[in-house]
Design a protein around this ligand. Structure first.
Ligand SMILES: NC(=O)c1ccc[n+]([C@@H]2O[C@H](COP(=O)([O-])OP(=O)(O)OC[C@H]3O[C@@H](n4cnc5c(N)ncnc54)[C@H](OP(=O)(O)O)[C@@H]3O)[C@@H](O)[C@H]2O)c1
Length: 256
């Protein structure tokens, strides 16, 4: 690997790093040399992920429920005891809710907005002191928010809260990128199209639904782990040091 893409000596936190896109990114960071912390609610999944990725390098897991303010604070307190600074914060944990328009429950709307927007804002607030300690003009700290093409395109798919939550996250990222650039913290968004995960398995495991879905993607396929890994490494390494405030679709052309 070229040194421009090395994460040797860096510390990263990947929220929701126990499966799906978060795990793809956590694994890539471990392999690129970073010390990686993952968090999720499921204690056993945390332990398994730390064991599995720890075999490739350095990976630790902390169970936390980021859907509450207390959960975010507890995570920040626990990690504050284990690290002096945080180079890379990947806000990946997210959720969705689908239902017909007329019966779409407000509790579903609020759950999505809480985890996809409010808790990301809260994580950034809580980890700012550690990110500030890591960032320098030569090597800024990185916040990488996982948005979605659903925050760009108008395909709602009855997940009425999801697209708006991701659009809000994209805009929050742009505002914070401007504000934090003088503090040597870069803020960028990866806006994935379809990637295999628990969130998308209802499509991926249904042959007909998968065919209809891929027909809408110009490249006629879903994204692959190595494609997510490569972009996430780029944004976190020297390769991405001059990038801030970008919303980067990774979607086989879907957002076109
Ligand atoms: N997959 C796609 O095609 C796709 C496309 C566009 C955007 N995205 C975005 O990518 C991100 C990851 O999605 P994914 O598809 O990989 O989803 P996923 O497979 O459902 O994984 C979600 C991860 O977040 C964790 N999580 C969920 N609720 C949490 C909470 N309250 N507190 C802490 N951790 C929590 C989960 O672990 P626990 O359940 O144990 O907490 C899990 O590790 C999301 O932001 C999603 O919106 C995904």
């Amino acid at each position: 690997m070229h040194s421009y893409f090395s994460l040797q000596g860096r510390t990263a936190l990947v929220t929701g790093g126990t499966r799906g896109i978060g795990k793809m990114i956590a694994k890539a960071y471990v392999e690129a040399g970073a010390t990686v912390y993952v968090c999720a609610r499921d204690v056993e999944a945390c332990r398994q992920t730390a064991d599995e990725l720890g075999a490739l390098g350095r990976c630790h897991a902390v169970a936390a429920n980021l859907a509450t303010e207390e959960g975010v604070q507890q995570l920040a307190t626990r990690l504050g005891e284990q690290m002096t600074h945080l180079d890379i914060l990947v806000n990946n944990a997210g959720t969705t809710w689908g239902a017909p328009l007329e019966s779409y429950p407000i509790k579903g709307w609020e759950k999505v907005m809480q985890l996809n927007v409010t808790s990301v804002f809260n994580c950034i607030q809580q980890f700012l002191p550690l990110l500030r300690k890591a960032g320098s003009p030569a090597n800024p700290a990185r916040i990488i928010n996982i948005g979605s093409v659903a925050g760009i395109s108008s395909f709602g798919e009855q997940a009425y809260a999801y697209g708006p939550s991701k659009a809000a996250l994209h805009q929050l990222s742009r505002i914070l990128a401007r504000e934090l650039v003088s503090q040597h913290i870069n803020v960028n968004v990866i806006a994935p199209g379809r990637f295999p995960s628990k969130m998308t398995q209802h499509i991926g495991h249904d042959e007909q639904a998968l065919a209809q879905d891929t027909a809408l993607i110009p490249m006629k396929r879903w994204g692959r782990e190595e494609e997510m890994a490569a972009l996430a490494i780029s944004l976190a390494s020297t390769a991405g040091a001059y990038m801030t405030g970008n919303i980067i679709p990774l979607d086989g052309g879907f957002s076109l």
